[in-house]
Design a binder for this molecule. Structure first.
Ligand code: G3H
Length: 493
């Protein structure tokens, strides 16, 4: 029973106050302060989470540091055991965790369930891949002037204490994608979940603990990023920061942090380029899914669509029609709905403001544009110009803009002028043209004939420019969380 399984986490009052995990036990913070987690669905306080103090962060990091050496000595095959078990526990509690995610961040049933099951699959996949992680051996004789008496044994070794900061839109899955590769490669992890998403994240932590992750190997601290974020990421004992969130915060962390490895996935603002030969029916379906799933709150959402005038004029009515038929707006607790609220009142207000600004600058709202509390309608804008803020900056909500261009080259210039570079989509019947154009676009991944997306999770996932640093994806994340140690043997000649 989930209630029994998760009994340590909170005081069980209504609403419950959750504890933080100091690496050994669930604790109430000495700060005496908590943050309310308000459900975006009905505005009710779902629970309270601890706001930890700097002293508690120091102790947590100290504990993680102490545990790291011993954890790194545990054979890889044994490190996978508690993690596989955690994957099984996640599957076992899938219904409970799905409900929690719906309540806490307003995901719809399918989205929440997918996040939970994808997380379990991801853990298993990480564990399998970790078994094949290897260094290499190099002989000196490949370089002029050297021979076989010189050789390098290049090992992959852990970094130390990894700080993992995950975002509200995938508080379970994007936490797993950071914690698990860190642990498998012999690091310990200080995990800071998003404030909205903390409740799901402390449940995830408890699953890892019960599955047998040893003391000090995973520490989960909760609190407001604006209060503890800088202290945490600039702590002298940490060896790496892996972060997913806005480009703004990513840039700020990167400038403060100093010379340690970073693995960041930041804002997206992804374009879709639609060529004249495209199957517009299939393309419009992808655009609707790309723009409006999880109310546009995905870094991989489609934010603007470019095409020649005849293409856009034919495409827009199709996208409007499909949005009306495909998106069922309403309370995400009702499984029939597939479009819910955005995360907070502030977020809803900001999205509305951006839509109205675009309108004031000449854009036309051809669908949606209104909001009712935290529910922002799926919104389609036309007559949008590349200089408008709605194209220049990522709007983390259900808004997609359509831009008419005079040539495909003009579209490429607009895309490449962006300060973001996560993903882009190209829609065309000619895959060869798709590949040739993809090679001209400065983003981490180009999708030919699909909406942008992170998965499948063993593919490399990366952003360039303001969209990130480093490469994630099963093997890539494991590698990123190790460093090389090179031992050079110099035998007598
Ligand atoms: O929001 C950022 C996520 O990495 C997007 O993941 O493409 O699976 O929705 P997704």
């Amino acid at each position: 029973m989930p209630k029994e399984f998760f009994k340590e986490l909170s005081d069980h009052k209504t609403p419950p106050t959750y504890k933080y995990f100091d690496g050994e036990a669930w604790k109430v913070s000495l700060s005496g302060k908590t943050s309310d987690i308000i459900s975006p669905i009905d505005g009710k306080v779902l629970g309270k989470v601890q706001q930890v103090t700097f002293v508690e962060i120091d102790r947590a990091i100290e504990r993680a540091k102490k545990a790291q050496e011993e954890w790194a000595r545990v054979p890889m095959i044994k490190r996978t055991k508690p993690l596989h078990l955690a994957a099984d526990w996640i599957r076992e509690h899938e219904k409970f965790l799905t409900r929690l995610l719906i309540q806490e961040i307003g995901k719809t049933y399918e989205e929440a369930k997918d996040e939970i099951l994808r997380s379990a699959d991801m853990i298993d996949h990480f564990c399998h891949e970790a078994l094949h992680l290897a260094g290499e051996e190099l002989s000196g004789d490949a370089f002029p002037g050297y021979d076989q008496t010189k050789m390098a044994i290049v090992e992959r070794v852990p970094l130390g204490v990894v700080v993992a900061i995950s975002p509200f839109n995938y508080p379970v899955n994007l936490s797993v994608s950071k914690i698990v590769p860190a642990l498998l490669t012999g690091n310990t992890c200080v995990f800071k979940p998003p404030t909205y998403g903390s409740i799901s994240a402390v449940h995830l932590t408890e699953i890892f603990r019960i599955a047998g992750v040893p003391d000090g190997v995973l520490v989960t601290i909760t609190g407001e990023g604006s209060t503890i974020g800088d202290y945490l990421v600039t702590h002298k004992e940490i060896a790496m920061v892996t972060y997913t969130g806005s480009s703004e915060v990513g840039r700020s962390i990167a400038t403060k942090i100093g010379m340690i490895p970073l693995l960041f996935e930041c804002g997206g603002n992804n374009p879709a380029l639609v060529l004249p030969d495209t199957d517009l029916d299939a393309t419009s379906t992808e655009i609707v899914k790309g723009a409006f799933s999880y109310s546009g709150q995905r870094c991989t959402a489609i934010k603007y669509v470019l095409g020649l005038k005849p293409t856009i004029q034919e495409l827009v009515p199709l996208v409007i029609k499909k949005t009306k038929t495909m998106m069922r707006i309403g309370n995400p607790k009702d499984e029939r709905n597939n479009f819910g609220p955005v995360i907070t009142e502030n977020a809803a207000h900001e999205i509305e403001k951006r839509i109205l600004e675009a309108k004031a600058h000449g854009a036309k709202i051809v669908l949606g544009g209104k909001r009712d509390g935290l529910f922002v309608e799926p919104t389609i804008l036309t007559d949008v110009k590349p200089t408008m803020e709605i194209v220049q900056r990522e709007t983390f909500g259900p808004v997609v803009s359509f831009l008419e261009v005079k040539s495909i080259d003009e579209a490429l210039s607009i895309i490449n002028a962006s300060e973001y570079g996560l993903q882009a989509s190209i829609f065309t019947k000619d895959e060869g043209t798709g590949i040739r154009l993809a090679q001209k676009i400065g983003v981490g991944t180009v999708q030919v004939n699909s909406k942008p997306q992170r998965g499948p999770d063993h593919f490399p996932f990366l952003g360039v420019k303001g969209s990130g640093i480093g490469v994630q994806g099963i093997r890539y994340s494991l590698e990123a969380m190790t460093r090389f140690r090179s031992i050079v043997l110099n035998s007598p000649k």
